[in-house]
Design a protein around this ligand. Sequence first.
Ligand code: SF4
Length: 92
Amino acid sequence: VRVEDKLFYNRYQVDPGRAHIKVRPHTTPSPQLKALLKACPARCYELNDSGQVEITVDGCIECGTCRVIGEASGDIEWSYPRGGYGVLFKFG
Ligand code: SF4
């Protein structure tokens, strides 16, 4: 089973207006931001029409990969969603 197929079983409780990950405003993406386009297993990061990296957190599985890559460089701000929000994993 592919990872993409498994992700289908997750559910998300979106916290409107309170994204738990934010991309620092930029004109040209840093190497770290570019890496996030491929590193995020849920494909939350995308390039917009202006060539900047954007994030849609709705499908985030809170794996922490982008936190490791992008937080130390100052490219993103990362925090866990508020209690009751975010990914809901199905066990069993
Ligand atoms: Fe993607 Fe993981 Fe970062 Fe969520 S925490 S945006 S799933 S890399």
